[in-house]
Design a protein. Structure first.
Length: 395
């Protein structure tokens, strides 16, 4: 039974799967080790089937255009089969055109906000559209614009966007960090309008984010971008905790590469002790260590001075690799995560505030569980199935 669940690390299918994963990450790495490019050339000079598997993995992680950029920077595009050259090249060019259009939309949104006396903050790739030569945006695929309103101005900003023709896509739950999801006919990107920087109020409070944010003046508009340390903090919390990749044992490849890009772009401007301190103080030390170790192992991310990688982080990385090939275990964890989602620390504390102690926290969780039972009654199982399908069915 144990052997059936865990299998062998030396099994051929698992070895091939991990080889493709590490090959893709080495291709995407911004920090190649000595002799790595020559070694990559030897290992990538394989069959079309190998390239097909690598490109499929990159595409599933929204890293296809980034792979094209990285192969060009390393001088490895000549190894690509002809159809792969066409596919990746077209993907990159179409993505660049899409990002240019998203940037134009962002300029229009920011101009309207500025006229109303508002200077919002753009998260993730949206902000880096306005940073020249940013490694984070080169080949990066974007789905929407994450915009954070200044404290106390989210309703005003929403009205500004609605006056431009944007409509509310769906109502938000009261405990969501997003205020509204907006879209406009003909617009490429939707808007995710936030009143908090992610599903938290203590790791990176919105007041601290705005007070330290960088003001960017570009194309006759003004916007805010998180300071480098806060960008790293948001990247780690969003991927490892908010998206629950730490709990689910997943490897968030795109976010991990974004972390490497941020380190490459800002270097010594990042206060890693502040990042570590904020994560540890709020109970996410394990997620922080595991995330850094994943970036180190997969993308060659250099461990910042003064930080060490624990054995717990190493073991969690092994667990993540195992789950990539054990669907039974992965689905079991997803089911458990769906059941426990309302009671998770980040979700629970964001919705109901911090508890005064362990006993108080557990009593409040018990009260929440009872309220869920009363609210849904006989429809609880149907609600669970819907939540599970929404979260994991497509994964």
């Amino acid at each position: 039974m144990v052997r059936w669940i865990f299998g062998s690390w030396e099994s051929a299918p698992l070895a091939r799967s991990l080889e493709r994963l590490f090959l893709l990450c080495e291709c995407l790495s911004l920090h190649p080790r000595g002799g790595q490019i020559e070694g990559l050339r030897d290992r990538l000079s394989g069959t079309d089937a190998l390239w097909q598997a690598i490109i499929q993995l990159a595409t599933s992680a929204y890293l296809g255009p980034a792979l094209w950029v990285a192969l060009g920077q390393k001088g490895l595009r000549d190894l690509l089969p002809d159809d792969a050259v066409d596919f990746l090249g077209d993907s990159f060019r179409l993505n660049e055109l899409r990002n240019e259009n998203i940037r134009a939309e962002a300029v229009a949104l920011l101009r309207a906000a500025n006229i109303a006396g508002l200077v919002p903050l753009l998260l993730k790739g949206g902000g880096h559209l306005f940073v020249p030569y940013s490694p984070l945006i080169q080949g990066r695929m974007m789905g929407d614009l994450d915009i954070v309103a200044e404290p106390g101005t989210v309703k005003r900003l929403a009205l500004v966007f609605q006056d431009m023709g944007y409509e509310v896509m769906r109502d938000q739950e009261p405990w969501s960090h997003s205020y509204l999801h907006l879209s406009r006919k003909g617009a490429i990107a939707t808007i995710d309008l936030h009143h908090d920087v992610g599903k938290q109020r203590h790791v990176l409070p919105i007041e601290a984010a705005f007070s330290a944010a960088t003001m960017i003046h570009h194309d006759d508009v003004t916007l805010r971008l998180l300071m480098p340390t806060h960008q790293v903090l948001f990247n780690i919390f969003h991927a490892a905790v908010q998206d629950r990749t730490y709990k689910l044992g997943r490897l968030p490849l795109r976010s991990l590469r974004d972390l490497s890009c941020l380190a490459e772009e800002y270097g010594s401007e990042i206060d890693w002790r502040q990042v570590r301190g904020s994560m540890h103080e709020n109970g996410y030390g394990g997620a922080f260590g595991s995330y850094l170790y994943q970036a180190h192992r997969l993308f060659g991310f250099p461990v910042p001075p003064g930080l060490t990688l624990s054995w717990g982080a190493r073991l969690h990385f092994k667990w993540c690799l195992l789950l990539r090939r054990r669907r039974f275990l992965r689905r079991a964890i997803e089911i458990w995560a769906t059941v426990t989602h309302p009671f998770e620390r980040a979700h629970f504390e964001y919705a109901y505030g911090r508890s005064s102690g362990v006993l108080h926290r557990q009593l409040r969780r018990a009260r929440l569980g009872w309220s869920i039972l009363v609210k849904h009654k006989g429809g609880l199982f149907k609600k669970f199935i819907k939540e599970y399908n929404d979260m994991y069915r497509s994964s």
